[in-house]
Design a protein around this ligand. Sequence first.
Ligand code: FAD
Length: 502
Amino acid sequence: MNRYDIVIIGSGIGGLVCGAILSKEGYRVCVLEKNRQIGGSLQTFSREKEIFDSGVHYIGGLDKGQNLYQVFKYLNVIDKLKLQRMDEVFDKIIISDDHNIYRQAQGYDNFIKHLVADFPEEEAAIRLYCDKVKEVCSRFPLYNLRTNGLYEEKADVLTLDTCSVISSLTKNKILQAVLVGNNALYVGKPDETPFYVHALIINSYIESSWKCINGGSQIGKVLAANIRDSGGEVIRNCEVTRIVTEGGRVVYAEAASGARYYADQFISNMHPAKTLEMTHTNVIKNVYRRRIGSLPHTISSFLIHIVLKKNCFRYYGHNFYYHKSGEIWNLADYTEDNWPLGYALFFPLSSKTGVYADTMSIFSYMRYDEMKPWEHTFNTVSAESDRGADYEAFKEHKAKILLDCVEERFPGLRDCIRSYTTSTPLSYRDYIGNYDGSLYGIAKDYKDPLKTFISPRTKLQNLYLTGQNINIHGVLGSTISALLTCVTLLGNENVVEKIRNA
Ligand SMILES: Cc1cc2nc3c(=O)[nH]c(=O)nc-3n(C[C@H](O)[C@H](O)[C@H](O)COP(=O)(O)OP(=O)(O)OC[C@H]3O[C@@H](n4cnc5c(N)ncnc54)[C@H](O)[C@@H]3O)c2cc1C
């Protein structure tokens, strides 16, 4: 019989960090992953022998002593990762009708220095902004690897909204747009995005910004090796279809193959609504199921992954974020006629020359509703199928529009393309196993912050939740979510203390 101390469903960063922490705490862990490749949004793929990230392009908080560094150090993975620090300027912001290119830099002093150079009149506002970001971040105990944190510490910042905070600091519309110029990192919306989401994410990149050499999948691999070395298992191609309960407890997770995985405790790294869908029990009330099922999601994305001709297009050690003037808060509300309102360019760290890029990825938002004609299709490397010629034509059409837009600021790009492939909301839906290919899962809302906070605890005594939908998204955010899940399951915060002192 497959019997473990803890079964974890899903091998996204949240599931794997839970697995690694709990293995280190002495539990025998089994991670069940539906895909051929582990890692969820950390997965990579290759085209023409070049490696591309499917999701994660850069990571914050990885310098010595910083939050993610400490977690990875505690788990003995930090020295096994091939990371490279990005340029001092990690993001450049381009606005369509403005010939300047604005800079966001690592280290608060550098961040201020570059922005003040562009907005000399706004030094006070820029400094105030940095103080506000730091102050809000200090209210989140786990993010700061602090124990004994109280909800009251952060209660009054949860209802601050990003748009209002930024516009209260400066009336300069360009500076406002630059401060949130990379808001694709959290799908910034004026009537929705809490300032704490903006602050926790941007602070981690200002503290330090990193790229994974040859892709982010290495993080998953190192964490999985860690789990196996402790006597645990990570089983791929194992889709869980049922979570079977008895007397208020989960007894086993059943895979599509019919195999049953028994454990004392279960953690789901799947979308919480998917978890509830496959858990048949009266213990979880319908009102809770409806609430979780009705929470809005962040938008999905369309990416072009390009293999470039040799020695043709410059390599950049930073990302670019472009938006059409006046549209920074409306990027997700595009119409068919004005798409794309913005895009980002990422340069994977595989450049062999350091001067020219071998590959690049162009990212833009795309709503799931554009996928309706092909919604019934399913295609992953484990279950390949053709979505049809009209789907290919749709992708080609969108790629052309997006490339035209990028070429306005990067003329000559097309001539440097050797080949490209695209991914759509359906790619993310099928690989991640969510409903709509949502980038970052459930959207946080400052108007009703508690509604979008999902506890890692469920009404079933031994079923816990983890991942980007709990707490916050991103590699860092999902790692902190995993920490929250582990603390809840273990019933104490000792592990946080150990991580801080690692
Ligand atoms: C396009 C894109 C770009 C991004 N860029 C960045 C970035 O630059 N930096 C950053 O920090 N973050 C970025 N993110 C966000 C970050 O990747 C995610 O927030 C994070 O990886 C989510 O981790 P997770 O733990 O929630 O698991 P997920 O990655 O959501 O993985 C869930 C796992 O569960 C598995 N699963 C689902 N259902 C089942 C089932 N029934 N049985 C078994 N297994 C199942 C899935 O296959 C998957 O492996 C990006 C995301 C996307 C989509």
